[in-house]
Design a protein around this ligand. Sequence first.
Ligand SMILES: Nc1ncnc2c1ncn2[C@@H]1O[C@H](COP(=O)(O)OP(=O)(O)O)[C@@H](O)[C@H]1O
Ligand SMILES: [Mg+2]
Length: 190
Amino acid sequence: MNNTNQPILTVKDLKITFTTQDAEVQAVKGVNFTINPGECVGIVGESGSGKSQTFMAAMGLLAKNGRAEGEIIFQNHNLLELSVEQLNHVRGKSMSMIFQDPLTSLTPHLTVLEQMSEVVALHMQLSKSDTRRLCTQWLDRVRIAEAGRRLNQYPHELSGGMRQRVMIAMSMLCNPTLLIADEQSGVAEH
Ligand SMILES: Nc1ncnc2c1ncn2[C@@H]1O[C@H](COP(=O)(O)OP(=O)(O)O)[C@@H](O)[C@H]1O
Ligand SMILES: [Mg+2]
């Protein structure tokens, strides 16, 4: 919860550069925006204009050949300056991201419950039965029918729409302050 009038996220003069064999690619060239508590902000731009990379930088997930300059302020910290350990406290807990491709974001050899439990175990202290209860609740909330049965299934046993819903449920498990949804136009479809 953010009880102050401070923005939840402030992006200041963000620049993202990728070094490739041929050249330096400037994917983001000085972006500025803020997201305030309670706001739902849409970022619109042509394909390849740097929308996804902006938030990959916030999550500390830029590819190895990428670097970010500027500031991404979240809860009084510049995310670009945090160590992996510090980022791990934030990611999935107070800030989570539903990635563009939910099919490759789930681990194929773990059941829905196993992967959801990993997130819970990282950020909360819950018993096994409470973890299962929380996961079931979130599957219900994203309208996955027969949540109890689905928990024991593997990603390949679910439809694309269902996998996307599982990703949404996973991103909500810890009640994040900021939820980043990358290209979720297909959410309503099964
Ligand atoms: N690892 C990388 N190496 C080089 N260029 C990259 C890499 N990752 C992304 N890019 C480039 O960054 C730009 C922005 O990509 P992206 O943020 O995915 O665009 P959007 O989400 O707006 O469609 C694109 O031109 C893309 O090709
Ligand atoms: Mg994108």
